[in-house]
Design a protein around this ligand. Structure first.
Ligand code: ATP
Ligand code: MG
Length: 423
């Protein structure tokens, strides 16, 4: 029979890897809650219009990467390619702005983009996403970046760089856009077909192109930083000043435009050089007009998203985290002992001791081998001989010490021990 396989670019996360995910998620929750973020969980499917209107019609995501489909009633829907639009929609829909304390939100989960799968780039991938609504103070731009860096640091991630830029605002960006358009017109013959089209509809997107000859063509392109209006300049200077206050290292990267149209003013990315072309671990920026454009109150917003696959690939290059091991393996010798062993396993679990029962019998030797393979800290040997005396043998796997313990004391005895302690 032919096997049905997973969709290309959509991965199973198996037990041997899942503890990395759990650790990253737990750390994210811990750090984000420390900074005052509260979780929102939004649906994976939204109306297509939400993404078209927010991310922008002429972005790669909306033009090429969306999983969009009409349902049986002909309504156009899409699997979410990112979380910001959904977070803003939920904030508006539930009038969360009525609560002056509801400002910071996060969500963790899968996103979908139809891209060419390769290392660090998948069609279902996962993001940790954080958003702050209603605060336009440059201090918040700095705090958001500090939050991102703090999280990565607590995970022990090394060798990443923080790139920062300002994209200006509707007052100053149009002038830059016009000059860039003129510049690109002169170099049209050097551009890839995509960029040749982009230079008309959305010239800033050309900076996002990964084709070498487009990058070369941009070598002496006009710099956004030179075009910032007074207000944007002041905002950006403040952001950088606040970052310096906390001794956060950064590079100003005037070529970084990010792939979504809703950004304005501050944008940032955390970059690595250890994942080939997939060099962004996470990124974000300010999107002050977005909530109004989606029919909500005119509140500013800023946020970031971290790609969990890339983050975990990097962490796996530099450290080892063991998966959870059983605290105790219960080896059963003789059929008569099975019932007692089953009860003991249940007692232990009730008291929070992770117990693995030697199902299926086998010799004591083969059960010990299994316990060893599983990495159990202790083995409890439940044998008919000891049971006759109301006891079992507890063995510490590292020191190989063993001792007889009355059956009713085993749970208390093991519950009081850390997994590395000997008997
Ligand atoms: P890239 O330039 O690598 O395509 P992006 O700018 O499209 O990234 P964002 O929309 O900013 O990415 O998403 C934030 C993060 O999500 C990225 O920095 C990356 O870590 C991760 N990410 C984005 N697309 C994918 C994908 N297809 N597979 C895995 N991770 C992804
Ligand atoms: Mg992309």
């Amino acid at each position: 029979m032919e096997r049905v396989q997973a969709v290309r670019g959509m991965n199973d996360i198996l037990p041997d890897a899942v503890h990395w995910w759990q650790k990253v998620e737990a750390t994210a929750r811990q750090v984000l809650e420390l900074y005052g973020y509260r979780e929102i969980r939004t649906p994976l499917v939204e109306k297509l219009e939400l993404f078209a209107r927010s991310i922008g019609e002429s972005t790669d995501i909306v033009e090429k990467e969306m999983y969009a489909f009409a349902d049986s009633k002909g309504q156009w829907l899409a699997l979410r390619p990112e979380a910001t639009a959904s977070m803003v929609r939920a904030f508006i829909e539930h009038n969360l702005h009525a609560d002056p304390l509801a400002r910071k939100f996060y969500t963790i989960g899968p996103m979908f983009r139809h891209e060419r799968p390769q290392k660090g780039r998948y069609r279902q991938f996962h993001q940790i996403d954080a958003e702050v609504f209603g605060i336009d103070d440059p201090l918040m731009d700095a705090e958001v970046m500090v939050t991102l860096c703090d999280f990565l640091q607590r995970l022990g991630l090394r060798d990443t760089g923080l790139h920062v830029n300002s994209l200006g605002c509707p007052a100053c960006r149009p002038r830059f856009r016009e000059d860039l358009k003129a510049f690109l017109q002169d170099r049209a013959s050097q551009l890839c077909p995509d960029c040749d089209r982009r230079r008309h509809v959305n010239p800033l997107r050309v900076f996002d192109c990964k084709v070498d000859r487009c990058r070369d063509a941009l070598n002496d392109a006009p710099e956004l930083g030179q075009y910032l209006c007074e207000a944007c300049r002041r905002h950006f200077d403040k952001v950088l000043e606040y970052l310096s206050h906390l001794h956060v290292a950064y590079d100003v990267d005037s070529r970084m435009v990010r792939g979504l149209d809703y950004y304005m003013r501050t944008t940032f990315e955390v970059i690595t050089d250890r994942l080939g072309a997939q060099n962004a671990v996470g990124g974000g920026g300010r999107y002050d007009g977005l909530m109004r454009d989606l029919g909500g109150p005119d509140l500013p917003g800023i946020g970031f998203a971290i790609g969990m696959e890339r983050l975990i690939l990097l962490l796996q290059q530099e450290k080892t985290w063991d998966s959870k091991k059983p605290d105790v393996f219960i080896a059963v010798v003789g059929d008569e002992a099975v019932g007692q062993a089953f009860r003991l396993a249940q007692d232990l679990r009730t008291q929070g001791v992770a117990a693995e029962l030697g199902h299926g019998g086998g010799s004591l030797k083969s059960q010990m081998r299994r316990a060893n393979k599983m990495g159990a800290a202790h083995v409890v040997i439940v044998g008919e001989e000891e049971l006759a005396k109301g006891a079992v043998v507890v063995r510490h796997m590292v020191s190989k010490e063993q001792r007889q313990v009355p059956l009713e004391d085993v749970a208390a005895f093991l519950a009081g021990k850390s997994t590395i302690e000997s008997l």
